[in-house]
Design a protein around this ligand. Structure first.
Ligand SMILES: Cc1ncc(COP(=O)(O)O)c(C=O)c1O
Length: 382
């Protein structure tokens, strides 16, 4: 069945946070990480059928839902996940905060490689812990983990390493060898490894996604994996996600940290998640092909038409990390907004202010092309 990612859907008049930010202004919003595409038809059909029941009492986790997720892990990652390992969450920001609370106390430390999705840092700070950033280093066309710096950053107060795989905002899909080195470091220093794999089904090239917990039993025993159908199937507003915790002791601590403050997943989120995992694959394949086209257009344009802007190849996600340092702008987000394109300032993710912006290319190709044309005019007019 062909899927159409080019249809114009007017989100400006909707409840979309992405579009309402620039309401009344001619600014194309390429900022927050949702896509301008309708969810897979199978997801919408499942939601419609559920809404037609007309009764919305407290929901429960059905065997069908749990099986759809286990089946997906088996199919995609050859990962045999047990039902009791799963802790369902209304969102992964919530998941990151529960993780910080579960495995550390105020004054202790959490390490992440930066730049990184801002809630990694905020989760540590919210729990009175110190977030210690370890910057990625750029080697040619690739951002790499600085293993020596990671090693040097661990102290006797470090309890956790939180990792984003694939990576927001760098768009990296990490190789098995890289993940093994990260896991080995956690083993050596007795750190709990929390891996946010929310973008794992958006790998654009050939690197297969490997959940850390599948590397070895001793890694699984110290790992919390966070997953969700939200980014891949464009249903983040439905808030369905899950923490996978194979170790019973870590699970107990997670349960305790979440007790009374983490609500159930909205039942429509559960319906959508089940339908996505069960029936979403043909749509996902079509999406990946479309995103690859957008990514190629963007990379080519940046290389040839945007002097002063550079980027590394996007291996996964629909997010691009643009180096604009050569433009010497004090406030690049504001600069591009003034020229009709809504991006996000890289400092949000821990990068030096003014050096980077993040661009979301999960939009119609025509929208991306128009945004790039505006950016070209902006750079030329500078
Ligand atoms: C790495 C990562 N984790 C979590 C989230 C947000 O998750 P949720 O909407 O489930 O809270 C995002 C959204 O962009 C993300 O990129």
């Amino acid at each position: 069945m062909p899927f159409d990612f080019d249809t114009v859907i007017d989100r400006a008049a909707s409840d979309s946070r992405k579009w309402r930010k620039y309401a009344g202004r001619d600014v194309l919003p390429l900022w927050i990480a949702d896509m301008d595409f309708a969810a897979p038809p199978a997801v919408t059909a499942a939601l419609r059928a559920r809404v037609d029941c007309g009764i919305f009492g407290y929901g429960d986790l059905t065997e069908k839902l749990v099986e759809s997720f286990r089946d997906y892990c088996r199919r995609r990652y050859r990962w045999e996940v047990k039902p009791e390992w799963l802790f369902w969450l209304p969102g992964l920001v919530c998941g990151l905060n529960v993780t910080a609370r579960a495995y550390g106390t105020p004054g202790e430390e959490i390490i992440s490689c930066t730049p990184i999705y801002q809630h990694f840092r905020e989760a540590a700070v919210n729990q009175g812990q110190t977030h210690k950033p370890v910057p990625f280093v750029r080697h040619g066309a690739r951002w790499e983990i600085d293993f020596d710096a990671l090693e040097r950053t661990v102290t006797s107060r470090t309890r956790q390493l939180t990792f984003c795989s694939p990576h927001n905002p760098l768009g990296r899909a990490f190789s098995r060898a890289e993940l093994e080195r990260v896991a080995a470091l956690c083993l050596r220093h007795n750190l709990i490894l929390t891996s946010d794999d929310i973008h794992c089904d958006l790998v654009l090239d050939d690197t297969p996604h490997v959940p850390f917990a599948t590397l070895a039993p001793e890694i699984a025993a110290r790992t919390v994996t966070l997953m969700a159908p939200s980014k891949t199937y464009n249903i983040p507003g439905l808030g369905c996600s899950v923490a996978i915790i194979p170790d019973p002791e870590l699970r107990k601590r997670y349960d305790r940290a979440a007790a009374g403050i983490v609500p159930d997943v909205n039942l429509l989120g559960l319906v959508a998640g089940e339908a996505a995992w069960r029936h979403g694959e043909p749509w996902r394949q079509a999406l990946l092909a479309y995103l690859r086209g957008n990514r190629d257009l963007l990379q080519d344009f940046v290389a040839h038409e945007l002097p002063g802007v550079s980027m590394t190849p996007v291996e996964a996600t629909y997010l691009a990390w643009l180096d604009v340092s050569a433009l010497q702008l004090e406030a690049p987000q504001k600069f591009f907004e003034q020229h009709g394109v809504g991006l996000l300032e890289g400092a949000i993710y821990g990068a030096p202010r003014g050096h980077f912006v993040r661009l979301n290319f999960g939009c119609r190709r025509a929208t991306l092309a128009e945004a790039l044309a505006r950016m070209k005019r902006a750079v030329a007019a500078r």
